[in-house]
Design a protein around this ligand. Structure first.
Ligand SMILES: CC(C)(COP(=O)(O)OP(=O)(O)OC[C@H]1O[C@@H](n2cnc3c(N)ncnc32)[C@H](O)[C@@H]1OP(=O)(O)O)[C@@H](O)C(=O)NCCC(=O)NCCS
Length: 201
């Protein structure tokens, strides 16, 4: 677990051989090197990263944690070596005004090509799903997956998501109820905030 992550309010989640932590400026090169055509096609809607914009995006991620924003990105690292191998993001989706729908969280992810097929994405999603109810009171996790994205559909299946609907754009929307009693994540919070207060909406 990195000791030099100073993002106020950011969380470090650890379990099953992976560590999820906020990206730091010195992750830029690894992040750029880990992007391939599949990431651009399925995750970033055709937008390829370029150094200046990505450096700003990393700082913006840290801001989201510090200010309690809706978009919470975490790098996926190998426990022990600390190598950055991908990223996972929770986007908090509060109930539409006038409804009492519980908080939904859209989760997206990417794993660097050389690390795929080893359960890294599934483990990262599991860790997030274990933490989200306690952290935000979230009750439903959502994965929005394009029909041809077989690896991502396998992650959905491995993590217990079920197909709920197809959006008008043809995106396959999978959901999984989040169990508030679920435990098993080692949590370490940076700064002086209490775990419950960390970025609560
Ligand atoms: C989609 C993507 C993130 C998957 O990453 P990955 O780390 O290769 O995925 P996983 O290895 O966790 O996939 C789950 C598979 O690993 C298996 N697995 C292996 N070890 C596992 C473990 N310890 N825990 C859970 N699952 C494990 C799962 O059962 C599942 O099996 P299957 O592929 O044999 O059916 C990756 O292909 C990628 O980055 N693609 C480009 C970006 C993208 O498409 N993002 C998603 C947009 S919706």
């Amino acid at each position: 677990m990195p000791a030099d992550d100073e993002s106020d309010g950011a969380v470090v989640l650890e379990g099953a051989g992976v560590v999820l932590r906020c990206l730091r400026p010195d992750d830029l090169a690894a992040h750029l090197a880990g992007e391939d055509d599949d990431t651009v096609r399925w995750l970033t809607e055709g937008h390829r990263s370029e150094p200046e914009r990505t450096a700003a995006w990393i700082l913006e991620n840290r801001q989201q944690w510090a200010t309690g924003g809706p978009r919470r990105h975490l790098g996926i690292c190998v426990a022990g070596s600390g190598a950055l191998i991908g990223g996972v993001e929770a986007h908090l989706e509060p109930a539409p005004p006038g409804t009492d729908r519980p908080l939904h969280v859209n989760i997206s992810y990417a794993v660097f090509p050389g690390w795929r097929g080893r359960g890294a994405a599934a483990r990262a999603v599991e860790l997030l799903c274990a933490w989200l109810p306690e952290a935000f009171g979230a009750r439903v996790a959502v994965l929005r997956i394009a029909p041809g994205n077989e690896p991502s559909l396998r992650v959905a299946g491995a993590c217990g998501f079920t197909l709920q609907r197809t959006s008008r754009e043809g995106v396959l929307e999978h959901e999984r109820p989040l169990d508030p009693a679920h435990r098993g994540v080692t949590r370490a919070f940076n700064g002086s905030r209490s775990p419950r207060g960390a970025g609560r909406q």
